[in-house]
Design a protein around this ligand. Sequence first.
Ligand code: NAD
Length: 693
Amino acid sequence: MDAVTSPVRIARHGVVAVVAIDHPPVNALSRAVRQGLLDAMATLEADPAVAAIVLSGGPGRFIAGADIREMALPPSEPILPEVVAAIDSCTKPVVAAIDGAALGGGCEVALACDFRLGGPKALVGLTETRLGIIPGAGGTQRMARLVGVAQAISLVCEGRVVKAQDALALGLLDAVVEGDLLAAAIARAPKEGKRRLSACPVPDGDATAEAAAVTRALKGAKGAPAIASAIRVITGTRNGDFAAGLAAERAAFLVLRESAEANALRHLFFAERKAGKVPGLEGVAARPITSAAVIGAGTMGAGIAVALADAGLRVTLVERDAEAAEAGLGRVRAIYERQVTGGRLTPAEGDARLARVTPTDDWGFIAGVDLVVEAAFEDLAVKTDIFRRLDAIARPGAVLATNTSYLDLDAIAAATNRPHDVVGLHFFAPANVMKLLEVVRAQATAPDVLATALALGRKMGKQPIVAGNCDGFIGNRIYAVYRRHAEYLVADGASPLEVDAALQAYGFAMGIFAVSDMSGLDIAYAMRKRRTATRDPRERYVAIADRLVELGRLGRKSSAGWYAYDAAGKAAADPLVEEVIAAARTQKGIRPRAFTAQEIQRRLLAVMANAGAKVLAEGIALRASDIDLAFVNGYGFPRLKGGPMFAAGEMGLPEILKEVEAAHAAGGAGDEPAELLVRLVRSGHTFADWRKA
Ligand code: NAD
């Protein structure tokens, strides 16, 4: 690497050499950075005038991690372990000056240094497991020697990002410097000796704490192979052989980076970055939002108020009368109380957030707010009436949002004289917890209103996804197809338990029938009734769920739904449900057949991808990866599978199309293969490059 273009430069300060990395935006460990570091170490080792070395990423930075784009390719020389070995074996003390993120491979570089000084904004952590891999350059081995086996397991398996003061307390940093970090590092470096972690023993640990850390890690692993590998290589440090530990770690790393899970997680990593890029919003400024009113303080309204208050907004909670408003505040209070009891919030912080929420039945308060989120009943007449009133009261420039799940956003916007200010903010229950936020763009939504909604979503810590206006938008529209086909499978011979078990085996935390019982069967029932008039009579209709509701089985809230629930809330198959299913089969003359778990998984994945292809072709979703993000963040789709569109691509679109044809035969009208899917199979393109097909 030529010195002029290398992102790594050497500067001399007396006997101290500063190795500075300058590779915007975050000093990722690209090949050029690795080469630059390796060359610098060789030069400085050989220079007798240099007594000590400082490794710096410049103000506000260190090394944020690997270059993820390179991660899908075979490793290229020099590999990170060579760089780390050069730092480790250097005979002169090396001090890391960490003024920003030292994550993943960046943390491994820092761990190879003899001392670690941090600025107040330093972030330290081995975050590799988040991407389905483990550290591959000695990170696990050095971390166990620095903080002990139990702590290393927690840090690595949770992929924890540790802030400066906590990192100091854990011993990840030797000091936190408030003033000029680089100057402090330069002053300190020549006074230090070598302190190679590779030569340190693993501290004696408490066997109980280690066992607890392993149990916790495996519980949080959700089947991720990286977690099992991390535990194995970290507990392996107990035998004391650093070189053998390093080799075992590297071997596991190389296997994992090729794994389907790591590939899926890398896909989601890029999907998250792409989702923020919305054509037409370049350079569009968001409107400032500091106060909000939430109309309707039921299940969703209360959760939305919490999400907004958590983000620092002042929130007015508007209900139909004073009593309902007080009840709404009670729901908000209960959410905060649970967080305080669970230790997730301090009592003072809980009180401060609750104090941001004011209940009222006086619409006059709406006049002053920057944003209104309507979360009243799911009824077009109710919503248009509310928006007509909002139009008369809200200040000019206020953003008017609705949390509708299915209704026509253009019709709601048309109730106002300012449809450009109207947008959908579709939260998922519980609204303060679920990451997904569908930002629904109506025909007239102004670009800056969309930009405001996206910025607000990010401020609330959500994953905002832009959706177009249609019945159910992205998520619920596809979910409805998925649910319909789960019911077809039951009508055709599978049991609800078999379908749910297959979905859990695939990686869902819960099966679809268990989820329905949790949400309540009455909601979907009411929606089906509402749609009776407009439903295509050629669409296959399975009435089992209707029959359950008519028998008073509303799900968990009535202790009976698709399953029976005992007093402790444990679900079991119910002979009564089996009778209802058997009667429905007899009525339609269906001879039940058996389905394997794999058949169930294939069928449900295929129909989701097919519905996704229609959503994509209609422009409801901007890209297939947005659909993936919606499903992993809002519908429990397993992250390790990368989302339905990605998983369909992994299975192969020709296979998916074959399955969709079988689903069409089982379903009928409405289940035709998506024209886009057929085109992709013919042209050999994928969902990622569907516009080329
Ligand atoms: P809910 O019945 O629990 O709450 C609705 C609240 O709105 C009630 O407290 C009611 O008193 C109040 N309200 C009704 N009309 C009002 C008016 N004119 N002025 C002031 N307050 C009024 O319902 P929910 O489950 O919270 O759903 C609210 C909205 O959120 C619906 O549009 C629904 O489709 C949507 N949504 C629900 C979920 C969910 O899982 N429940 C998920 C996403 C979106």
